[in-house]
Design a protein. Sequence first.
Length: 351
Amino acid sequence: MLAPITHILPLTTIVRKRLLPVDGRVIAKLGQKVNPTDVVAEAVIGHKHLIVDVAKLLRVSPRRAAGLIKAKKGNQIGKGEVIAESAGFFAREAISPNDGRVVAVGGGKLVLETEGSSFELAAGIPGVVTEIIGEHGVVIRSTGSVVQGLWGNGRLETGVMVSVMDSADEVFDANRLDISIRGSIVLGGFTEDPNVIKSAIELPARGLILASMSPALLPAAMQAPFPIILIDGFGRRPMNSVAYKLLSTNIKRDVALNAEIYDRLNGTRPEVFIPLPVSHEPPELREVETFAPGQVVRVIRLIAPSQVGTLEQLLTNPATLASGLKAKAAEVRLENGKVIVVPLTNLEVLG
């Protein structure tokens, strides 16, 4: 059975495809070294189309209006510019309602495409551009440590990581924040204190890496000007031991915090990346895995989530759950030595 994977690795090679939401222009060059916040491609998004009914404005028939329209397909016209006018004692004018480009003319009407907003695509990680994907984006390759999370607020930043955690199950309140964390990316535990985000903005911090967070803080987290990543999701959950160990042993290092939205369909998810120099490139991340004995796994969707253990064995026959349902399952030895039976749908591989 294929297993979901959360990558938490001390040293690996990552390859990230960075794509524009629409066709645009790639700025980066093949072989170029980029930083996480460097713009690698740009596009204009959010075009709008306005239909100008020239015949109605001039109070003439569509056939008559067709001969009065001055603008041609492809023309750039400005707001307030005359696009058609009639002659005679009761002459009238049709004025462009906005700046834009004429994309169609016919039937006594004109279709105007207005400019959208400029969109800039950042590299997301430090690395080397190894491929240009037409007008869509780039592929970037890098080496270092990676810790993937379960939720992000869609923002991106880099900085030195500092910690306010003394243990994986610590509660993080605003009293832990002071002037010493200004300009840093802060590693913290579970929080339900709205003043954590508020104080981090006021200092300001450059980002938050949290074990988990109360769902009540979601609106504030989405509006924060810096990235926020939840390693173990919403609700009161400790940071899983694998992620906590890796992150807490890399304090004071530069990190790239890409809190992009978790999307299983296109393969994007929030992650902390710590660039590390290597003499020999380590293996790439495995994107596909199957359950097997000896794997480090995280238990999900149970009363006590985020528990980590080792998959001891896959059960030959479906296990009968407390609900009475039967499901494919495995025996997992938790870090405290206790062995539990867990449905495979409630497990994910860490590695």
